[in-house]
Design a binder for this molecule. Structure first.
Ligand SMILES: NC(=O)c1ccc[n+]([C@@H]2O[C@H](COP(=O)([O-])OP(=O)(O)OC[C@H]3O[C@@H](n4cnc5c(N)ncnc54)[C@H](OP(=O)(O)O)[C@@H]3O)[C@@H](O)[C@H]2O)c1
Length: 220
């Protein structure tokens, strides 16, 4: 697949590593420009690009920047993406440590990914948000392995969700359907599934046990 990755930090960098290793054609962007991504490009074979070009021709785009940076991403980001391009959101809201208060999430009660989709002007598939970046490199397993871990995936668009679930399977993880973007509070920071390194049954149970109320640690 032709894949654009916006953000080359912990998650974006490791997704670049794994997706290129699987043979995907990856373009990657950060905030400082392609000249700062030569080491990652040399290591992986990914193409470093300005953020404005990251989605060009892409069938799948991963947005993996701090939430506070989402409103500042260029407008028309997906205008040149392939028809029906799937956008993946890995983001988490950390009001105290990083993002400051985001009123749409705290006052309007939007889920983090619903807020992000509105900011981007494009629906998203919520995935990888509770996955340790290092696990992308260390915890992938073949299908059927007894210690294969599962990741929850939430989206409104069923076909986009399936594309992402198939890609995650290729990356070496099981998935659990976590419902729509409005259901995705079940996998946000502070929930039982967040950071859980377990298989399908435990992930399904943890999603079911999530409290609706945002925990105090994750309020501004
Ligand atoms: N770390 C984890 O294990 C983990 C796990 C799951 C989910 N997440 C979530 O995934 C998101 C990314 O996390 P991370 O840990 O990968 O972050 P990170 O290591 O801080 O990296 C963020 C990346 O985003 C880039 N960026 C920031 N503003 C940008 C902009 N305006 N345009 C283009 N690129 C921009 C940064 O570019 P520069 O390098 O040029 O500054 C950097 O490459 C966060 O919402 C986080 O909560 C993280």
């Amino acid at each position: 697949m032709k894949i654009g990755i916006i953000g080359a930090g912990n998650i974006g960098g490791n997704l670049t590593r794994r997706l290129t290793a699987l043979g995907h054609d990856v373009s990657v962007a950060n905030s400082r420009g392609p000249a700062t991504l030569t080491a990652l490009a040399e290591e992986t074979g990914a193409t470093p690009v300005p953020v404005e070009e990251a989605a060009r021709g892409a069938e799948l785009v991963v947005v993996t920047v701090p939430l506070k940076a989402v409103p500042g991403l260029p407008s028309g980001l997906f205008d040149e993406a392939a028809d029906g391009a799937v956008v993946v959101d890995t983001g988490n809201y950390y009001p105290r440590q990083r993002d400051g208060k985001i009123a749409g999430i705290e006052d309007e009660g939007l889920t983090e990914s619903r807020w992000t989709a509105r900011q981007l002007g494009h629906t998203v598939v919520k995935a990888f948000n509770g996955t340790y970046a290092q696990d992308l490199l260390d915890r992938h397993r073949p299908a059927g392995a007894p210690d294969r871990i599962a990741l929850p995936v939430a989206a409104d668009d069923a076909s986009a969700k399936q594309v992402v679930r198939d890609l995650i399977d290729e990356l070496g993880f099981d998935t659990v359907d976590a419902g729509s973007l409005d259901d995705s509070w079940r996998q946000q920071p502070g929930t039982p599934v967040y950071g859980l390194q377990e298989g399908v049954d435990a992930v399904t149970k943890a999603l079911a046990e999530a409290p609706r109320e945002r925990s105090a640690d994750f309020r501004a």
